[in-house]
Design a protein around this ligand. Structure first.
Ligand code: ARG
Ligand code: MN
Ligand code: MN
Ligand code: MN
Length: 297
């Protein structure tokens, strides 16, 4: 399937500056070349225009830069929806994880029973009522499930985008009290680092694939690079020790490619300012390769 790359240099949803350079860092790590060499028809439509942090003020400390983030996500939802309509695969480059609200709003319009793989150290299941930071990148999965501020929840003009039985979180190791509560209430499947240690990534992915394919009509991969261990991916704004290894993450992507179920993907939270030789963006591009079926032999 032909691929459309969409950059979203948004950092207003994160507590630290620098993820606005994520799309650029990922392109610099030769994303286009990799996909082209693999035989894909790739078009890169560039970056969405995104407001600069210094231009705006925080109005509600529990929903920092809400209006600006909503505007970017509405535009992203439209762009992603147009991409799907053209029969192309949307590959979105972040940017902070708040952009998942727009990406998912764009794809779920066409895949009303969307499965979502949330690969992350975090749950991003806070609302303005439970957030410890006010950063909207910690609220994007909740919003996609229909929880949180109306403007986030109704991105794209409808809600909810996904239902809890079709969502799986992989790599979690830092969940806030409000997030734990929502996970229990909604019965969301979460494979924590403990589960990965115990049963291994291969079995985790077998189970995860069941969750996102059973009764669904599409699968979205939302991959936050902080899901990986900071040793492999130091260039993220909210690193958490004890993460998924380089190989475990590749195995996960390879199993996704084998299952051949992905209909959209996003790679977020790459922060080249905090990185070491663009290591994290290079890992992101390698993971894209595996997710799209690159194999050694
Ligand atoms: N749970 C914390 C918060 O709500 C951290 C969220 C980190 N999210 C991310 N996409 N990196 O602020
Ligand atoms: Mn995260
Ligand atoms: Mn509503
Ligand atoms: Mn995240």
């Amino acid at each position: 399937k032909p691929i459309t790359v969409i950059g979203v240099p948004l950092d207003l949803g994160a507590g630290r500056r620098g993820v606005d350079m994520g799309p650029s860092a990922i392109r610099y790590a030769n994303l286009h070349e990799k996909l082209t060499k693999m035989g894909f028809d790739v078009e890169d439509i560039g970056n969405l225009s995104v407001p600069t942090l210094e231009t705006y003020k925080v109005i509600d400390p529990n929903l920092k830069y809400l209006d600006e983030i909503v505007a970017v996500n509405e535009k992203l939802a439209e762009t992603v929806s147009d991409t799907v309509e053209k029969g192309r695969f949307p590959l979105v480059l972040g940017g902070d994880h708040s952009i998942a609200i727009g990406t998912i709003a764009g794809v779920a319009k066409h895949h009303r029973k969307l499965g979502v793989i949330w690969f992350d150290a975090h749950g991003d299941l806070n609302t303005h009522e439970t957030t410890p930071s006010g950063n909207i990148h910690g609220m994007s999965l909740a919003a996609s499930l229909g929880y949180g501020h109306e403007a986030l929840v109704h991105c794209g003009g409808y809600a909810p985008k996904v239902s809890p039985e079709n969502v799986v979180i992989i790599g979690a190791r830092e969940l806030d009290p409000g997030e734990r509560k929502l996970i229990k209430e909604l019965g969301i499947r979460v494979f924590t680092m403990h589960d990965i240690d115990r049963i291994g990534m291969a079995r985790v992915m077998e189970e995860a694939l069941k969750v996102v394919t059973d009764g669904t009509d599409g699968v979205h991969l939302s991959l936050d690079l902080d899901g990986l261990d900071p040793k492999d991916c130091p260039g993220v704004g909210t690193p958490v020790v004890g993460g998924i290894t380089y190989r475990e993450s590749h195995l996960a992507m390879e199993m996704l490619a084998e299952a051949n179920v992905l209909t959209s993907a996003e790679f977020v939270e790459v922060n080249p300012i905090l990185d070491n030789g663009n290591k994290t963006a290079k890992v992101a591009v390698a993971l894209v390769g595996s997710a799209f079926g690159e194999i050694v032999l």
